[in-house]
Design a protein around this ligand. Structure first.
Ligand code: CAA
Length: 248
């Protein structure tokens, strides 16, 4: 019997590179972990792989960009599992291109998936968290919220928006036992980063003082720490984890 086994953790965009490791780590920590996904087909394959490795998170579908869909998912989770105690807003996409080529579709989908999603999920979980005087909200931003990256005007705007959101919500709910923090990963070995053209990626890695990409386990470790009881006094903070690529 662990102290965490009654605590419910929801990870959005769980089937991606970072999300997968977060789910594994939070299961190791003893939480009841819910994996949110958008694409049923990908989720089915992902769950089969996870199961082979001994992980069986609860699976809940919703496009986090859609306020109503998130509301239905959260209601279902509350009815079937319980109040969400830990929310990790991890879902995110890129539509990288020079700004001169960027149309409103690429702007909208990145803003909706990466930033509106944070509003959508927090909006639906915050009431029960306030009622129970306990909660952990962890928003996954990016090093590129604070440094410039050619081709990422939409992504940088959304990820930077998370910081303002985090700081203000943290202050609003500080007396309700809820912490709200941001993690800003640098370049981590995920499909998203591996999709960047090799020569561009090599250049980027040269600019990382540690000379390597980060590991998904390294981000998951930080999520685990911020979710823990011991992190109760940390709120409104941004944790940079980027191998020294951007220090401030
Ligand atoms: N630096 C300076 N100039 C650049 C450039 C760069 N990195 N990339 C392109 N340009 C220039 C080109 O030379 C070209 O110049 P001219 O108009 O004078 O000819 C102009 O910009 C347009 O170039 P492209 O037609 O190649 O631009 P594009 O719209 O096709 O896209 C890009 C360029 C593919 C986005 C490229 O810049 C790129 O790969 N950038 C890296 C994006 C990146 O790091 N993404 C991270 C993804 S992972 C992630 O986001 C996780 C995380 O949080 C860290």
């Amino acid at each position: 019997m662990t102290q965490t086994e009654h605590i419910v953790a929801l990870v959005t965009g769980a089937t991606g590179g970072l999300g997968t490791h977060m789910v594994k780590r939070l299961i190791h920590d003893g939480y009841r972990v819910i994996a949110n996904y958008r694409s049923p087909q990908k989720a089915e394959e992902w769950f089969a792989e996870m199961k082979k490795e001994g992980y069986e998170p609860y699976m809940y579908q919703a496009d986090v960009a859609d306020y109503e869909e998130v509301g239905k998912m959260v209601e279902k989770i509350h009815n079937e599992i319980g109040v969400i105690d830990i929310l990790v807003n991890n879902a995110g996409i890129t539509r990288d291109m020079a700004f001169r080529k960027m149309g409103p579709e690429s702007w909208d989908i990145v803003m909706k998936t990466n930033l509106y999603s944070v509003f959508n999920c927090c909006s639906h979980v915050i009431g029960p968290m306030v009622d129970q005087l306990y909660g952990r909200i962890i928003n996954i931003s990016s090093v590129n919220a604070q440094r410039a990256q050619f081709g990422q005007v939409n992504y940088a705007a959304a990820k930077a928006g998370m910081h303002g959101f985090t700081k203000t919500l943290a202050v609003e709910v500080a007396r309700k036992g809820i912490t709200v923090n941001t993690i800003s990963p640098g370049y981590i070995a995920t499909d998203m980063v591996l999709a960047v053209a090799e020569e561009v990626r090599e250049q980027i890695i040269k600019g990382i003082p540690m000379g390597r990409l980060g590991g998904t386990d390294e981000i998951a470790h930080l999520v685990s720490f911020l979710a823990s009881e011991e992190a109760a006094f940390i709120t409104g903070a941004n944790y940079a984890i980027n191998g020294g690529q951007h220090v401030y």
